[in-house]
Design a protein around this ligand. Structure first.
Ligand SMILES: NC(=O)c1ccc[n+]([C@@H]2O[C@H](COP(=O)([O-])OP(=O)(O)OC[C@H]3O[C@@H](n4cnc5c(N)ncnc54)[C@H](OP(=O)(O)O)[C@@H]3O)[C@@H](O)[C@H]2O)c1
Length: 403
């Protein structure tokens, strides 16, 4: 059956509800649901509010009890459920929603998008149809896909969704000078964007499951990589911080301990994963057996010695640990390598209204000059992205590109 204007209206309401789970449900998707009785009256609404908590469909049916006196005489039997994602059909943190929905005696279930999670992938729909429920799929599908892009890509491709965030001056510099061995830890970092841009960056952190950086950036900037400007503040939850350090450069061989002063290692209340190659670990038994609360050492297979090809193995290691979305905060070398691969699903480029006058300014993208074509115009770095949007902040301009 084709969908109606009424379907669009109720699905829009379900999508609005779903958004209330923003920043609180990862690695789960944001989901909203609206339940109508046989007379078409809304008798229940719900959304997935917290990871591990009840799903949207359950929240909507729970609300029905509170609405009991307004219900049609037959309860919700013959009614319609609007839900932004296919009801799950497997036991996860909660029992399968499809079985519960199927037991309600509804006439119809309207779904925005099918769940590509291989544990669901149409089985929730089949469960409902087997119970005699008419199922309509695809109402406001584009909006529902945009809402849960990281989840849908991660489930369909069985790898983490990758967002790259960079901040640069108007002339494309990401730091005033490069860090050199012997320099003080963190001495090459410079915060040149301002409060609104900082809040934007922290919102990006809040909506991902992991924040990934490199040993090179840790040495240069010594960032904390925590969420300190959460919206709302009570939802502050710092994602896992992942440090790529194939050669264990953040290990002090003299002390037989991590370098003193590395913030991502010293803020033990937040989880940090230190990704080191298996051969570097084998050569450093003390590091291999290092124990520190909050710090996990993740060995990276040495199948290939190149940093570029280690990316796939790193992503698989993170995915196997349940990480489905990664925000990359790195320098120009890794950023350019990931864009060239291409391994970036979403790219946020924050331009600060400053012109760097430093002759040693570090380009935010270390693009190899050999790939620059003979044309006098620069390589179109946006090539390969389907959507490009801009957002104006009071103190910066953000370019957002989606693959
Ligand atoms: N403004 C900003 O947004 C921002 C953010 C972060 C950093 N920064 C600045 O960026 C500078 C550091 O940049 P950087 O270019 O030296 O370092 P980077 O891009 O942060 O890291 C480069 C290193 O990453 C490792 N790597 C791991 N996987 C890789 C892969 N698949 N492809 C390529 N490299 C991979 C390589 O080290 P191995 O060969 O050892 O694996 C490589 O040398 C600092 O000055 C810092 O201040 C700016």
């Amino acid at each position: 059956m084709l969908h109606t204007d009424n379907d669009t209206r109720w699905m829009r309401r379900a999508l609005t509800l779903a958004q209330q789970g923003w920043g609180c449900v990862q690695p789960n998707p944001m989901v909203g649901a609206v339940l109508l009785d046989a007379r078409g009256q809304c008798v229940g609404e719900g959304y997935h509010a917290v990871y591990g908590g009840p799903h949207a469909e359950v929240m909507a049916t729970e609300q029905v009890k509170a609405q009991a006196k307004h219900l049609a005489p037959q309860g919700v039997a013959g009614g319609t459920l609007y839900v932004t994602l296919e009801p799950c059909s497997h036991y996860g943190k909660t029992p399968p929603c499809a079985a519960r929905v199927a037991s309600l005696g509804l006439a119809r279930v309207v779904i925005a998008v099918q769940d590509p999670n291989p544990k669901v992938a149409g089985q929730g729909i089949a469960r409902l149809q087997a119970a005699g429920v008419e199922v309509t799929v695809g109402v406001l599908a584009d909006e529902a896909t945009a809402l849960n892009r990281p989840f849908l890509v991660a489930m369909a491709e069985q790898r983490p969704y990758v967002t790259l965030k960079q901040a640069a001056t108007l002339n494309g510099h990401s730091a005033p000078h490069a860090w050199q061995p012997g320099d003080e830890l963190g001495s090459a970092g410079a915060w040149f964007t301002s409060p609104h841009a900082k809040a934007y960056a922290h919102r990006l952190r809040q909506s991902h499951q992991a924040i990934l950086t490199t040993a090179a950036t840790v040495l240069a900037d010594n960032p904390q990589l925590t969420v300190r400007l959460a919206v709302p503040p009570e939802n502050a939850r710092t994602p896992v911080r992942v440090v790529l350090d194939r050669h264990a450069t953040l290990w002090d061989a003299n002390r037989q301990a991590p370098l003193v002063g590395v913030r991502v290692f010293e803020t033990a209340s937040e989880d940090t994963w230190w990704v080191v190659s298996a051969s570097a670990l084998a050569a450093r038994p003390t590091l291999h057996d290092w124990y520190q609360p909050g710090l996990t050492i993740v060995p990276l297979p040495d199948n290939d010695n190149s940093a570029v090809s280690s990316w796939g193995a790193t992503m698989q290691a993170l995915f196997s640990h349940g990480i489905t979305s990664v925000l990359v905060e790195c320098g120009g070398t890794l950023a350019a390598a990931l864009l060239a691969k291409p391994a970036v699903d979403e790219w946020h480029w924050i331009t600060a209204p400053h012109w760097s006058t430093s002759p040693q300014g570090v380009p935010a993208l270390a693009l190899p000059t050999t790939t620059v074509p003979t044309s006098p115009w620069p390589t179109p770095v946006w090539a390969g992205f389907s959507t490009i949007e801009t957002q104006s902040l009071p103190d910066a301009l953000v370019w957002v590109a989606l693959r």
